[in-house]
Design a protein around this ligand. Structure first.
Ligand SMILES: Cc1cc2nc3c(=O)[nH]c(=O)nc-3n(C[C@H](O)[C@H](O)[C@H](O)COP(=O)(O)O)c2cc1C
Length: 222
């Protein structure tokens, strides 16, 4: 069994990374619980050199050498086949300008387009996935303005990997290490309260997604 967790944030000690770590913990605890071993690996997109899809269309060339894969030789070249062969993929990203980060978008293009079939079923086998988003805004604003972002990404994940992704949205995150040192218009106290009271619950939800993914993968194998 192979579980890959993809961190679409540059900050290894902040919100997205903590959520990804919580999913990883849920995965490893449930594997232990079930006396199973598996590969569980976290990939930080910001440590990799790559670009988004270049529309070379080799992945669509019938009987071409690269049909269904990606010919671009960069840091994703060796990783993409691992991700396509995984049992579960967990993707986490902060919201930047009402979308996932540029790194995550470029990654999604490279992950999804090679398996995309115009007017047909994707070339991928079924795979369990989860999408985690974290952001500054409140749940209300997210519901009002961001739902189409989640739907777009999750529709393409579901089309490609044939199973509905788990989805976790984490609101009102604590953004600065020390709010007094930076320009902002946030209520630091409210943010701190959210971090102390709500974020642990978000981490628990992330952990539970990890547990559930292991159960799903094991069920699918039986
Ligand atoms: C360039 C940039 C753009 C951002 N845009 C948004 C936004 O549109 N909506 C939002 O709710 N938060 C936005 N944020 C805040 C981050 O999504 C939020 O702080 C997130 O939890 C940071 O994740 P991290 O701690 O893993 O870096 C933005 C942050 C940055 C740096």
């Amino acid at each position: 069994m192979k579980f890959y967790l993809i961190n679409g944030s540059n900050r290894r000690k902040f919100n997205t990374a903590k959520l990804i770590d919580a999913v990883a913990e849920g995965i490893t605890d449930e594997l232990d619980n079930q006396n199973k071993t598996a590969k569980v690996e976290i990939i930080d997109l910001y440590t990799l050199e790559y670009k988004g899809c270049k529309s070379c269309l080799h992945c669509k060339k019938i009987e071409g050498k690269y049909y269904g894969t990606c010919p671009i030789k960069d840091d994703l070249n060796e990783l993409l086949p691992k991700f396509w062969g995984a049992d579960a993929l967990i993707l986490g990203s902060p919201i930047y300008f009402r979308n996932v980060t540029g790194q995550m978008r470029c990654f999604l293009e490279r992950l999804l387009f090679p398996k995309y079939v115009y007017g047909g079923e994707s070339l991928s086998k079924p795979k369990h996935t989860a999408m985690i988003y974290d952001m500054n805004v409140s749940e209300e604003i997210s519901n009002e303005k961001y739902n189409h972002i989640y739907d777009n990404i999750e529709d393409f994940l579901e089309y490609t990997f044939k199973i509905k992704p788990y989805s976790l949205k984490v609101y009102d995150t604590y953004q600065f290490k020390d709010y007094s040192l930076y320009q902002h218009n946030f209520d630091e106290e409210a943010k701190r309260k959210q971090m102390e009271e709500q974020f642990p619950k978000d981490l628990e939800e992330a952990y539970n997604i990890g547990v559930q993914l292991v159960k799903d993968v094991i069920d699918a194998k039986n």
